[in-house]
Design a protein around this ligand. Structure first.
Ligand SMILES: Cc1cc2nc3c(=O)[nH]c(=O)nc-3n(C[C@H](O)[C@H](O)[C@H](O)COP(=O)(O)O)c2cc1C
Length: 365
């Protein structure tokens, strides 16, 4: 209420990227409020617990990649009730991203368009920050994923080494990793969704995963691949084949859309970049459903795209997602978004006679 009537209009009256950065800055200073915020926003109910491989999420709602790229405010953000979160995208080399302006709000469409281009401080600096946060007890108590992208100036032929370098530097800090081969804003990045290049990448990352796990005498860490919604189902099926052959933990579906611009009302709808939010909701749900059906429900899916409320999250879950993530919905709905989604999910599970989120996964197919 307060968010939509006062805070959001104020934030939306300012430049989108500036308000995002200022909000993150404020949140980074509010880490001491973690306890009370968490008590207020967290919904604790064992029907919401989900498990993907070795990961246990206390609820199925996660923060999507790109919100806290440099890991500056993880602990405060986690207190808004998330079950898990991703930081990044992190690239091996620090980079400024694309020229500004590069982030647009489309309020008439409940959407955003971004072409940030992986602006981030780079793997070395972010690893150092995470080490420092850990030393001061400021790592969130929920599973933390690290979203990895390719450095812009690195050519496709050197992409594997670039990903591996980030993976290795951040390995000890992540509970899971998401290989982002689907951002629309890094030239040629999405070529890595092609079968041969993807196989090279996944094979190298999983080999490194085995080595690093053996050295630390622990289990390998779950690795996901995040795909774009701008590919056809034949290509999705090829990706699934590669993902299965290298025993990845699952697929994050999907990133923002580079091409979808149908029936947008906002005058900013022609801006190049990735479209996220309400306009991609059903397109992404169809992707989730396709992956679920094609794999017979055997490959875990994290559904992300256009989730604003419990109904949207439930649609992704019943289409086949074991868990979901939000970004644009969090911007539009505000700090209570995750709490409302979790409370609403419990009601929807009760309505349909499911005893847990897990029981509802894929049931709409
Ligand atoms: C401003 C912005 C920056 C993003 N940066 C990243 C990123 O660095 N890595 C990534 O995998 N996805 C990134 N995304 C995509 C989101 O994680 C998500 O996949 C997409 O926005 C669809 O979800 P939504 O409709 O809930 O926003 C970004 C999205 C936005 C709006």
């Amino acid at each position: 209420m307060l968010y939509k009537s006062i805070i959001r209009p104020w934030l939306f009256s300012k430049d989108p990227e500036q308000s995002h950065d200022r909000t993150l800055n404020l949140l980074s200073r509010l880490q001491f409020l973690h306890g009370p915020l968490d008590r207020f926003y967290r919904v604790t109910d064992k029907r919401l617990n989900v498990q993907i491989k070795s990961l246990i999420f206390s609820n199925p709602v996660g923060l999507a990649g790109g919100f806290d790229k440099n890991a500056v405010a993880l602990k405060t953000i986690s207190a808004f009730g998330f079950g898990f979160m991703e930081l990044g995208a992190v690239t091996a080399q620090a980079q400024p991203g694309n020229p500004k302006p590069r982030l647009y709000r489309l309020p008439e469409d409940c959407a955003l368009i971004n072409r940030l281009g992986f602006n981030n401080e780079g793997a070395t600096a972010i690893a150092a920050r995470l080490a420092n946060l850990r030393a001061h007890g400021k790592i969130p108590g929920i599973p933390l994923g690290i979203n990895i992208g390719r450095t812009k100036i690195v050519e496709t032929k050197d992409a594997v080494a670039d990903f591996l370098s980030t993976f290795e530097k951040l390995y000890s800090h992540g509970d899971f990793f998401t290989l982002n081969v689907s951002s629309p804003n890094t030239p040629n990045l999405r070529d890595l969704q092609g079968k041969t290049l993807l196989a090279d990448l996944l094979s190298a990352v999983q080999e490194k995963n085995r080595q690093l796990a053996a050295a630390a005498q622990r289990q390998e860490k779950p690795v996901f691949v995040k795909i774009a919604p701008d590919i056809d189902f034949a290509q999705v099926d090829q990706i699934i084949e590669v993902v299965n052959s290298f025993e990845l933990a699952g697929i994050v579906a999907t990133n923002a859309s580079a091409f979808m611009r149908d029936s947008l009302k906002s005058p900013l709808g022609r801006e190049p970049g990735g479209l996220s939010g309400r306009p991609i909701t059903s397109m992404v749900t169809n992707f989730v459903s396709h992956i679920y059906k094609h794999t017979g429900g055997r490959l875990p899916i994290i559904g992300v795209g256009g989730i604003f409320n419990a109904r949207d999250a439930y649609d992704k879950i019943t289409a086949g997602a074991s868990a979901v993530q939000i970004y644009t919905g969090f911007v539009y709905e505000g700090p209570a978004a995750v709490k409302r989604i979790n409370q609403g999910l419990i009601k929807l599970l009760e309505r349909d006679g499911f005893r847990s989120v897990g029981e509802a996964v894929g049931r709409a197919n």
